[in-house]
Design a protein around this ligand. Structure first.
Ligand code: ADP
Ligand code: MG
Length: 238
């Protein structure tokens, strides 16, 4: 079963087309990684899947349901941003509970979901703190926690680790891999870091100039890059 399917998706900003006829199938429960240089369209693709940006053409399906014209809140996706976007005046608990409050979840349900997410993310002792009292890694975990409580079918990560130092990135990478194993949802992860791509991905989609240049399992791309661009990006000679 497909988790996310794009069929001939395009995107124009004004007269300029930045995504050209992209089709892809991301298996349900898999970890897909979009890689490619700055400006190649990674964030735009993710934002279209999330519904934060309209498509100019084509179709987007989530677990077989056409969501191309759905509001973001009706897509069962949750996006984690690189700048966390936490509410500074709210506690960690309230930050994670926010979307559940909007959805009018009961107090008991909210508490249970937030506590479960906190446990997965090792934030149980931090729930009363404000974001400014946390480390960078903990703030990133809160941002992920806000996605987890919504129990989305698809998690979208836009370069979530790019603000962290090298050591913390390695640690968070392992945590994301563990999270994926534990939750089993479809995850789409955007990065320009090929080590991250190679270590996290079930499937890598190499983007260039708004096209998918090549896609496949990390080792297949490594062994058989179709051209110099992919080889250069994945780190093997083409
Ligand atoms: P990436 O995330 O891979 O760095 P983006 O998806 O942010 O790339 O951008 C892809 C292209 O679309 C770039 O040329 C960028 O300048 C352009 N673009 C992105 N967002 C907008 C926007 N809101 N208005 C106009 N152009 C945009
Ligand atoms: Mg981007």
């Amino acid at each position: 079963m497909s988790g996310v399917t794009l069929t001939s998706v395009s995107k124009k900003f004004g007269e300029v087309e930045v995504i050209h006829d992209v089709s892809m199938e991301i298996a349900q429960g898999s970890f897909a990684v979009f890689v490619g240089p700055s400006g190649c369209g990674k964030s735009t693709l993710l934002r279209m899947i999330a519904g934060l940006e309209e498509t100019s053409g084509g179709r987007i399906e989530i677990e077989g349901r056409d969501v191309t014209r759905e509001e973001p809140s009706n897509r069962e996706v949750a996006m984690v941003f690189q700048n966390y976007a936490l509410y500074p005046h709210l506690s960690v608990f309230e930050n994670m509970a926010f979307s559940l409050r909007l959805a009018k979840a009961s107090k008991e349900e909210t508490k249970a979901k937030v506590e479960e997410a906190a446990e997965i993310l090792q934030l149980t002792d931090q729930l009363k703190k404000r974001p400014k009292e946390l480390s960078g890694g903990q703030r990133q975990r809160v941002a992920i926690g806000r996605a987890i409580v919504r129990q989305p079918k698809v998690f979208l990560f836009d370069e979530p680790l790019s603000n962290l130092d090298a050591e913390l990135r390695v640690q968070m990478r392992l945590e994301l891999a563990r999270l994926h194993r534990q939750i089993g949802a479809t995850m789409i992860y955007v990065t320009h870091d090929q080590v991250e791509a190679m270590t996290l991905a079930d499937d890598i989609f190499v983007l260039k100039g708004g096209y998918v240049q090549q896609s496949g399992a990390p080792l297949d791309l490594y062994d058989d890059p179709t051209n110099r661009f992919v080889g250069g990006f994945i780190g093997s000679p083409a």
